[in-house]
Design a protein around this ligand. Structure first.
Ligand SMILES: *Cc1c(COP(=O)(O)O)cnc(C)c1O
Length: 449
């Protein structure tokens, strides 16, 4: 096997040796501005040279503690040895045949692993595609074929991607959809459960959602309901207890395909293989992407066999779908999660990080809410003094804390419909020691406000 250069070259520590961004990043950024459109924006314009575990190193030699993992993609750590070795071995064997022309084993193995690890013991089948948005597109397409119905229901604050259909499924118009229409029709945005703001019980929130679906669409016209068990871009809302099971029950009773978009919250992120497990859900279809292949592009639609088989031969696929290098990496990701007990590592991160965030909330009254499960935690920022009452969004604090953190060697992601959420999506390789170091930087960032 090839050795993994990054694992030797990247000590797991924070180190800032230049201004951030440093001169080499600034020079690269100049080149980029000439040739990359502004629509592709970067949160922190530091250009990365290598990464390992929970640390990324930029072209100026600065080492950042990575609390975002490329939006929850390198969940098992950057350049995990087993994943790199599996990908390199596959690169040497072959890089492409097209599964829909001449197939190969790793695609089948990924489908077997997903059948085994997604909730429920029923027969399941999987189609592999390239991106999360493409998984959402295929999930909807299959649900429509299976039911013969047109309507697609989503929840407020949802995020599902940047393709034409998924732009129509997102809650937030700016920046994802503004000016990019016309959009796909037959997409219905139902009220969700957002306990910090609506104060509703799960049962009451579900009654409100179902009432909307029955009045505005009507079950006989509804093909599917697509939900993120824990919403990602929307701000890591954990729905009130009983909310999601009630929605699933209503879907089952009405022949509506219940689709869990686990693209951000799945694949060990929350301490379970899939977040649906925390809520006792057995979705008809589970969508996976982001963390599934350790950073290589891969996404999956896994569903009940009878639903998945409703698409006719030739109706599903795509040139790069289930690419052999990505599929080999995904098999290694599944093996590493199992072998290294990484579900427990997600729980460890929650047990270290959540009390630390609650501690910050005691100190800083702009922190209105601390929430999340496993290595998927967030704080919602509000205007000073409004936390107990109106909970006015405070996006300015989020921006300054994230900027301060980056300047001091900590990469932090923002989220939230109102841009007022800081989200923590670290890799499970993040040690308690690095976590404590990152928290002290964030504490300083709040103190410096
Ligand atoms: C990121 C994301 C998507 C879109 O995935 P892409 O790979 O960026 O197309 C869809 N749903 C959720 C919940 C996501 O977090």
């Amino acid at each position: 096997m090839q050795s993994n250069a990054a694992s030797d070259a990247v000590p797991q520590q924070r180190r800032v040796v230049t201004a951030v961004p440093g001169p080499a990043s600034v020079a690269l950024h100049e080149r980029r501005l000439a040739v990359v459109p502004v629509g592709v924006a970067s949160t922190v314009p530091v250009y990365i040279k290598r990464a390992h575990g929970a640390i990324v190193v930029d072209v100026d030699g600065n080492q950042f503690i990575d609390l975002g993992a490329g939006i929850g993609v390198t969940t098992i750590g950057h350049t995990d040895r087993a994943v790199v070795d599996a990908a390199v071995a596959q690169l040497d064997d072959f890089t492409h045949t097209l599964f829909t022309i001449t197939p190969y084993e790793s695609y089948v193995r990924v489908a077997e692993l997903l059948a085994e690890h997604t909730p429920g013991t029923h027969a399941k089948k999987t189609v592999l595609v390239n991106s999360g948005a493409e998984a959402v597109e295929n999930g909807v397409k299959i649900a429509r074929k299976h039911t013969g119905r047109r309507g697609v229901a989503v929840l407020e604050h949802a995020y599902h991607g940047r393709t034409n259909l998924t732009m129509a499924m997102n809650f937030k118009a700016a920046p994802y959809a503004s000016g990019f229409g016309p959009f796909a029709g037959d997409v219905y945005h139902a009220p969700s459960s957002y306990p910090y703001h609506d104060g509703l019980s799960g049962a009451d929130a579900a009654r409100r959602t179902v009432a909307y679906l029955e009045k505005v669409v009507g079950a006989p016209d509804l093909a599917c309901l697509v939900v993120e068990p824990i919403q990602g871009e929307g701000g890591f809302m954990v729905p009130a207890e009983g909310y999601l099971p009630a929605l699933q029950e209503w879907c089952t009773a009405n022949g509506v395909v219940f689709i869990a978009d686990e693209i951000q919250c799945g694949m060990a992120r929350t301490g379970a293989w899939f977040a649906s497990e925390h809520f006792g859900l057995v979705p008809d279809m589970v969508l996976a992407a982001k963390g599934i292949a350790g950073g290589l592009p891969l996404a999956a639609v896994t569903g009940r066999s009878e639903i998945m088989d409703s698409a006719q031969p030739g109706g599903l696929g795509g040139t790069f779908g289930g690419n052999p290098v990505s599929a080999a990496a995904a098999v290694a990701v599944f093996e590493q999660i199992e072998k290294n007990g990484l579900l427990a590592e997600a729980a460890r991160i929650e047990h270290t990080l959540k009390p630390a965030l609650l501690g910050l909330q005691q100190k800083y009254d702009v922190i209105g809410d601390v929430r999340g499960i496993g290595a998927m935690l967030a704080i919602e920022l509000v205007q000073p003094g409004t936390g107990a009452t109106s909970k006015e969004p405070n996006a300015a604090v989020v921006a300054s804390v994230a900027a301060y953190a980056a300047q001091h060697g900590v990469l932090l992601l923002t989220a939230g419909t109102y841009g007022n959420v800081l989200r923590f999506l670290p890799s499970l390789a993040l040690t308690d020691e690095l976590l404590a170091d990152a928290i002290s930087v964030i504490d300083d960032a709040f103190a410096a406000l």
